[in-house]
Design a protein around this ligand. Structure first.
Ligand SMILES: Nc1nc2c(ncn2[C@@H]2O[C@H](COP(=O)(O)OP(=O)(O)OP(=O)(O)O)[C@@H](O)[C@H]2O)c(=O)[nH]1
Ligand SMILES: [Mg+2]
Length: 338
């Protein structure tokens, strides 16, 4: 390990010397971009292994991560819980931290535009126009009422998403940059620990205006460059969430995907889960890096019918995979706390 880091620091010194020379003599190689070289160098001397947890809402992605880290870090709840991408990297025990990144005003306006056009509402042109925001909020309430509740139809879900986005902007206005993605440390929020930040970012109006959360957490599992990525459910009410997970799955930097599935609790795959599996199975670059985790297995212990349906599903659809696991994140987590 010492030998490796010595070699790494020598390599880094040498590459930086060459980069400095190149910066002085730009004519030598005008096509070389020093920041690309620096990024490549970082990958060589301190490689990161990105492990993405993906799946439907309430499958137990966040609970499984909490169980693995043996602490109550991420926010978990029935219903849609995780509202934004969370990455978890290693930190020394006294250097734990969370960095919270906000969307910019431009990105928020783009999202309101998309939602207004789907809902056939007049678009918002200025985020500081409080009258226009109030009338949009009223329009959202009317749509949700007409549709019979928040989760009753796509239209109601979109109205809810728009309403949360507008409320999130008004609540966090002073933190949001015009074009920049402003970042804040947990100290700037007066959070005492990582869990308080996780709770602030749970799905709701705050998460609607967040771009990502970066946790720096002390746990041996994260040492040596392992980075865990928690994602919102692929069937979350905000469409950008599914796009985000799909992008992560296709990203060549992703080392492994933990696909957390919930048929043990639901009895069958949802449409979104089937789509996710098809995406993975039709993509040979990804297929070999996937682990299928059937979570909530405890729910089948006292329900013979659920047990039978799960066994049938696994034997029919996953017979050719040797990376199928059955687990209970809930029991794993509580077990770790004893
Ligand atoms: N019975 C049982 N409940 C579980 C298990 N794992 C998670 N849960 C519960 O299921 C609910 C959802 O868990 P989460 O970890 O928030 O699920 P998620 O996949 O992160 O959901 P989103 O963040 O909404 O995408 C929580 O109330 C958990 O306590 C399990 O193995 N068994
Ligand atoms: Mg979650």
């Amino acid at each position: 390990m010492t030998q490796l880091s010595q070699n790494g620091s020598q390599l880094s010194d040498q590459v930086n010397t060459i980069l400095n020379l190149l910066r002085q003599e730009t004519e030598l190689n005008p096509t070389l971009n020093p920041s690309d070289v620096e990024a490549d160098l970082k990958k060589v001397i301190a490689p990161k292994f990105y492990i993405v947890f993906a799946g439907a809402f309430s499958a137990g992605k966040s609970m499984l991560i909490n169980a693995l880290l043996r602490r109550e870090l991420l926010y978990t709840a029935e219903g849609h819980a995780t509202g934004t991408e969370c990455s978890i990297e290693y930190a020394e025990a006294d250097e734990e931290q969370v960095i919270i990144t906000f969307l910019s005003q431009t990105e928020i306006l783009e999202q309101t535009e998309v939602l207004c056009s789907r809902l056939q509402l007049d678009p918002l042109t200025d985020l500081d126009d409080t009258d226009a925001i109030q009338s949009l909020q009223q329009a959202c309430r009317n749509i949700i009422e007409q549709e019979g509740g928040e989760g009753r139809s796509d239209r109601a879900k979109q109205a809810k998403a728009l309403s949360l986005l507008l409320a999130g902007y008004q609540k966090n206005q002073e933190r949001i940059g015009v074009k920049e993605n402003n970042t804040y440390s947990m100290g700037e929020f007066n959070f005492y620990n990582l869990t308080e930040a996780a709770s602030y970012a749970r799905r709701g109006s705050n998460s609607a205006v967040l771009k990502r959360l970066d946790y720096y957490c002390h746990h041996p599992l994260l040492a040596d460059g392992n980075v865990i990525i928690d994602t919102p459910g692929i069937d979350a009410p905000v469409e950008r969430d599914r796009a985000l997970t799909y992008e992560k799955i296709k990203d060549p930097d992703t080392s492994a995907i933990v696909c957390v599935l919930k048929p043990a609790s639901a009895g069958e795959m949802t449409t979104e889960e089937t789509e996710l599996l098809e995406l993975i199975q039709n993509n040979p670059g990804v297929r070999d890096r996937v682990f299928y985790v059937f979570n909530r297995i405890d729910e089948t212990w006292y329900n013979g019918q659920l047990r039978q349906r799960l066994e049938q599903l696994i034997s029919e659809q996953f017979w050719d995979s040797d990376r199928v696991y059955q687990t209970s994140a809930l029991l794993g987590f509580y077990g770790s706390q004893i």
